[in-house]
Design a protein around this ligand. Sequence first.
Ligand code: ZN
Ligand code: ZN
Length: 344
Amino acid sequence: MSLAFYPNSPVSETNKWMMTFHATIPPDDSCQNKTETSMTRDNITRVATAGQEFHQKKLPKGWFWFRKWDFEDLASISWFAGIHVLAACAPFVYDSGAFKLAVVLGFMSGFGITLGYHRLLCHRSYKVPKWLEYFFAYCGAHAFQRDPMFYVNTHKNHHRYTDTDRDPVSTDYGYWYCNMGWFFNNDLIAAKCRESRGGQYSKVPELKAQWFYRFLHDTYFWHPAVLAALLYVHGGFPYLAWAMGFRAVVVHHFASFASYYSHVWGDRPWNSQNSSTNSWFAAFFTLGEGWHHNHHAFPTSARHGMEWWQTDPTWELIKFLRLVGLATNVKLPTEAEKARFPLH
Ligand SMILES: [Zn+2]
Ligand SMILES: [Zn+2]
């Protein structure tokens, strides 16, 4: 379902730009079939240079509002507005039970992203029984970062196209694009990632093959609605405002701030030639995900905080799961992998 708003206004310019974007992407992708770790500076430069031939560095005026909005774009922005309104109401209806539940759900949905969506589904850093994988993924689905197929597909493209114009969450377009711009624009993401359409999700055949992820994708926007209804029935408006609105807003803004911050400010100890950074500040707010430079150097590693002082709660949880026999095949960087990116 797609809705074209304002067909004779700036939308036509934006859509024209989007069509050009699609049409001029060359058939052969020099990033294709290369993992991020195998990309040298030369490759990155070559891709970036080639990109400048067919990409515009700046998004066109009106790119956010005046363009084609599809159902998922509209549903995403509606939910996004809704949780912010609820969060704004939360301080006026404070309730200690609602606050405690918000903290619990905040950690569950936060770990659902870091432990489930990111380290398990995107990078297969470890294995767990299927029922536990689905539980983690379901927790992540309540963090308002979209469904696993969308998130994993986008994130794989982020690794593949880091520091090129095709990075779907590129910091080149500024903070607000990283925070929410990419989130509500299926066509733009599809164009940047060289997919024929936002819903194609070509990088996640393993998820598309499983009914659970197809079901979550097809019914994604109903799940927070059900949770919201349960919270309201349980505790009334204060529970809705805190455990749905305030909790989701905090999780979203921590995650999006850190994903921007982790490519702009911080340390780059490995000689891995990309813009990702390590930051204790970002790691603090994201359950260990702020050791992003380590992660770009060793994407399949379950451990992102490589030094003893690099706190990484998500890794601590994986260690616990390994201890009790639930996590197996836990991946860490090998000495050979570390040797490829010597410390500065
Ligand atoms: Zn990154
Ligand atoms: Zn990653």
